[in-house]
Design a protein around this ligand. Structure first.
Ligand code: 13P
Ligand code: SF4
Length: 301
């Protein structure tokens, strides 16, 4: 074990901290996490943590979610500037306008969003549970924020609902093009194609399997196929290769890297554990308002 990992393990025990991480953080950070998973797993797991400190290896909205569900704990982000651009791609003003325009509307907020956006919404979802949750809502009109691609993926499967779309997107997934997919599929015609629903509709349409990062990991593990084209952030390859040493993985293009997730390094994890920072702070009012749609997601999922 290298020196920095040893120090992290020691401090973690001394300070009674738990390390949670998303599959998109660097491999070596995934390796030291107590819990590693997709956004839904992390949100649900955050309600079950028995520790003084939660060290969230991911982007800011993940830390905010963990804090909202754990008011009495210190929630630390190794890199405070690791922020998801999509989390800011909707506005509370637009939500208010839509609420005025439509009587029977549910504002559905992808967890990849700021606490302020969650606070103005009716229910949160992740890519793993959005279809299930939206299908259970009694409302006809659905304003889905901030991701247009996930919204279209769900809307296509629920024709009985009237979706109002927002124009946010994840630059990592949105940048995967149909042409890149065609080239990857032509090079490996035998490979099964796995696509995250944050990708464009035309890319999603090319998939054998569409799902969240955990969904893709499960699909690959259960599949008899031996080769896969993986269209999501590269970090997921670490778990895929660990779990399936005999299988081969390819990507469409080589730009599927989230620069914000990659800011979370082992050095930053150690610095965060060494610090006496109070961690993520939000007003009580904001946390109360953001908690309600998150709890509703956990109940409905
Ligand atoms: P999931 O964790 O729901 O697969 O979402 C992917 C993502 O972009 C997280 O930032
Ligand atoms: Fe945001 Fe996309 Fe990065 Fe996830 S992968 S944190 S949605 S920019």
């Amino acid at each position: 074990m290298n020196e920095i990992v040893e120090k992290i393990q020691q401090l973690k025990k001394e300070k009674n901290a738990v390390i949670m991480g998303h599959y998109y953080v660097p491999d070596e950070v995934q390796d030291i996490a107590d819990y590693i998973g997709d956004s839904f797993f992390l949100a649900r797991q955050a309600t079950k943590i028995d520790a003084d400190i939660i060290l969230l290896c991911g982007v800011r909205f993940m830390g905010e979610s963990a804090k909202v569900l754990n008011r009495d704990k210190r929630v630390l982000l190794p890199e405070i500037n690791a922020d998801c651009p999509m989390a800011h791609m909707a506005t509370v003003e637009r939500i208010a306008e839509v609420r005025k325009e439509y009587d029977d509307v549910a504002v559905v907020c992808y967890v990849n969003s700021t606490a302020e956006l969650k606070a103005a919404s009716d229910v949160c979802v992740t890519s793993a549970n959005a279809l299930n949750i939206v299908s259970k809502l009694p409302n006809k009109n659905i304003f889905f924020i901030p991701d247009q691609n996930l919204a279209h993926y769900i809307a296509d499967q629920l024709p009985e609902k009237n979706f109002i779309f927002n124009d946010g997107f994840c630059h990592v997934h949105h940048s995967i093009s149909k042409e890149q997919m065609e080239a990857a599929m032509a090079a490996k015609p035998q490979a099964k194609v796995c696509v995250h629903p944050e990708c464009k509709t035309e890319v999603v349409a090319m998939a054998d399997y569409v799902g969240s990062t955990s969904g893709i990991i499960k699909y690959v593990a259960e599949s008899d196929a031996e080769e896969f084209i993986i269209s999501t952030e590269m970090g997921v390859m670490h778990k895929l290769k660990q779990d399936n040493p005999g299988k081969k993985f390819y990507t469409a293009g080589n730009m599927q890297i989230c620069p914000n997730m990659k800011k979370v390094t082992l050095e930053k994890v150690l610095e965060a554990l060494e610090s006496d920072s109070e961690g993520i702070q939000m007003s009580e009012e904001l946390m109360n308002q953001a908690e309600a749609p998150m709890r509703r997601m956990l109940e409905l999922a």
